[in-house]
Ligand binder design. Structure first.
Ligand code: SAH
Length: 338
């Protein structure tokens, strides 16, 4: 289990190993908190007034209510005896957590085993419209709360804040919250922002990687992103901002100078402009460019073009979102798949 502990308060329970626990937590950037004599003895940040005189079970209940993880190293029998009600719900694993799950490109079989398990155990699932939405619906059918965050009626920025709030609120209620993402959470998925929001609220976060559309799309189409003797580099670029926009963070000149495989995502709308820019900056206009629409899903369509014809092909064929575009000599080899 990977925990992001930077800046996160963690309750240290008094006992022979409390000092070691506090030291280890500080090394990981966490803020050890505690109560009573132990707080004075090893310099813990005191938990809020009203709980100063607390016994272990009160402190644990406080931690649970606030979604604060607990480092409890007391011998097992002692811990159980003292804190029968509170501890069970306040231990690290059951205090409520958020799991960012990469759901893969859409085919429900392309989620990882760990991802499927997290969905099966989730109390709450936040999903949008890419990835294996059916799996989220299955989980809802067995009683999990399903929140379709694509339906949050705000601007993108505000919607993201609302998503963060919802995850934190539910986790603080002690729930197991799955944030289901299309592909992999760390590829144009705002996964890191969501982790930061959880960490700021003291919520434990795990990440389960996913099969990204960057690789699954070409694979489903029979395109190998690397070919021995053909290319030694592979670049992923988001095309959601066109080349001449002041918002573009891409070095288009450098990109045009590369000879290997280029994968474009979120690029259907700007594909013509992107191809034009690459050609202007020196990439061969005859370079193969293949559009894989709805990869791994019913209705998958694979359409071949070149850089010179990419824009007009997309328009003529009416290709749309979601699609991965593969540019490069590797895209000139499409295997027949069964
Ligand atoms: N985190 C995701 C990407 C999110 S950005 C991942 O790792 O796959 C959204 C873009 O991903 C879409 O605009 C499209 O370019 C691509 N995409 C996602 N699912 C896709 C699919 N099934 N087929 C083709 N492209 C897909």
């Amino acid at each position: 289990m990977s925990l992001v502990l930077t800046g996160v308060p963690v309750l240290v329970v008094d006992g022979p190993e409390a000092e070691v626990a506090a030291e280890l937590l500080r090394e990981q950037g966490a803020v050890p908190v505690g109560w009573g004599d132990v707080a004075t003895r090893i310099g813990l940040v005191r938990i809020p007034a009203g709980t100063q005189k607390t016994a272990a079970d009160e402190a644990l209940a406080w931690a649970h209510r606030n979604g604060i993880p607990v480092d409890d190293r007391r011998p097992r029998e002692e811990a159980q005896e003292q804190t029968q009600d509170a501890t069970t719900s306040a231990s690290m694993s059951s205090a409520g957590e958020v799991i960012l799950v990469g759901g893969g490109p859409g085919d429900p079989e392309l989620i990882t085993v760990a991802g499927a398990k997290a969905l099966a155990e989730a109390d709450v699932i936040l999903t949008d419209h890419l990835g294996p939405v059916d799996l989220a619906e299955d989980a809802a059918a067995r009683g999990a709360e399903l929140i379709d965050v694509a339906k949050i009626p705000y601007s993108r920025q505000v919607a993201q804040e609302r998503i963060n709030e919802l995850m934190v609120e539910r986790a603080k209620e002690g729930k197991k919250v799955v944030r289901l993402k299309g592909g992999d959470p760390f590829i144009f998925g705002r996964g890191y922002e969501e982790i930061e929001a959880c960490a700021a609220a003291g919520i434990t976060v795990r990440v389960i990687p996913g099969v990204t559309s960057m690789t699954a799309g070409p694979a489903a189409a029979g395109i190998s992103l690397t070919h021995r003797g053909l290319n030694h580099d592979l670049t992923l670029v988001s095309g959601h901002v066109p080349p001449h926009s002041p918002k573009s963070l891409v070095d288009w000149t450098a990109l045009a100078g590369m000879t290997g495989t280029l994968v474009l995502i979120m690029a259907v709308k700007n594909a013509g402009a992107i191809a034009g820019e690459l050609i202007d900056k020196g990439r061969d206009a005859a370079t193969p460019a293949v559009v894989v629409e709805n990869a791994s899903m019913p209705g998958q369509r694979v359409t071949s073009a070149t850089l010179a014809t990419l824009g007009e092909t997309i328009e003529r064929e009416g290709l749309g979102h979601p699609a991965v575009i593969v540019v490069g000599d590797a895209a000139g080899h499409i295997a027949e798949l069964g």
